[in-house]
Design a protein around this ligand. Structure first.
Ligand code: PLP
Length: 236
């Protein structure tokens, strides 16, 4: 099995070659390492390969990791992104510990995160999660509601609106992947003309990274291709 270090080198190389192939600026696509369910040792391996931004889906697990690294490796500057579904009773620990949130899908959550963000921290950098596939089971708001939520977020003092995120339907044909990503990219371009802080498009995972980069992703969220398959048997 390839090591985490080899995987990161491989993906970094793939990102570079997709940037080139699709005439994206070199370095315009950031790699977010999704470390959910993975132990501290795996994150340390990734850090030793030069990775410093990590995505987590579960509040308590993410906070345990953030606290571990701020206690034992305070010299390493890590950036933590919360990318999972948000329950309103869990906003405080997210606001107090994370740097970014990708999964805002309603005004109530945005309001709470802003209210609960500690004054001594930078504003929380946030993305609106959009349901581009219109599947009832997926989280995220409909495209038609994005502008209204964006205006609400933009008015909050402790949040900075940076763009959009989506988890499209799991389809393997390239053109369908590209279509969904291009819709989101168009919406983000529209948003950026209204709000100068908007510069981030979080889309693309292990299975659809190339289409996401072709469509304009600035942040691919990669878990499995870095850390291997996840074992959920210990999660409830
Ligand atoms: C788990 C997860 C990922 C990573 O998915 P992989 O297929 O393992 O690369 C990316 N984004 C979100 C929102 C996730 O929950």
């Amino acid at each position: 099995m390839a090591s985490i270090q080899q995987n990161i080198e491989h993906i970094t190389q793939q990102i570079k070659s997709f940037e080139q192939k699709h005439t994206r600026a070199p370095g315009s696509v950031q790699l977010l390492a999704v470390s959910k369910t993975k132990p501290i040792e795996a994150i340390l391996d990734a850090i030793h390969s030069g990775q410093c931004t990590f995505g987590e889906n579960y509040v308590q697990e993410g906070i345990d990791k953030i606290e571990y690294f701020s206690t034992h490796h305070a010299d390493i500057n890590l950036v933590w992104h919360f990318i999972g579904p948000i329950q309103s009773n869990k906003t405080r620990p997210i606001a107090e510990n994370f740097d970014w949130v990708h999964s805002i899908d309603r005004a109530k959550i945005a309001q709470r995160l802003s209210d609960q963000r500690p004054e001594d921290k930078e504003p929380l950098q946030v993305l609106i999660q959009v349901n581009t596939s219109n599947e009832a089971s997926k989280s995220g708001i409909d495209s038609q509601q994005v502008l209204e939520l964006a205006a609400q977020i933009n008015a909050l003092p402790n949040l900075t609106l940076r763009g959009l995120m989506s988890i499209p339907a799991n389809v393997s044909d390239y053109q369908s992947q590209l279509d969904a990503f291009q819709k989101l990219a168009q919406l983000n371009t529209q948003l950026a003309t209204l709000y100068p802080s908007v510069d981030t498009l979080s889309m693309g995972m292990s299975g659809d990274m190339e289409a996401a980069i072709e469509a304009g992703s600035t942040c691919v969220r990669i878990g499995t291709a870095i850390f291997g398959a996840r074992d959920y048997s210990t999660k409830n």
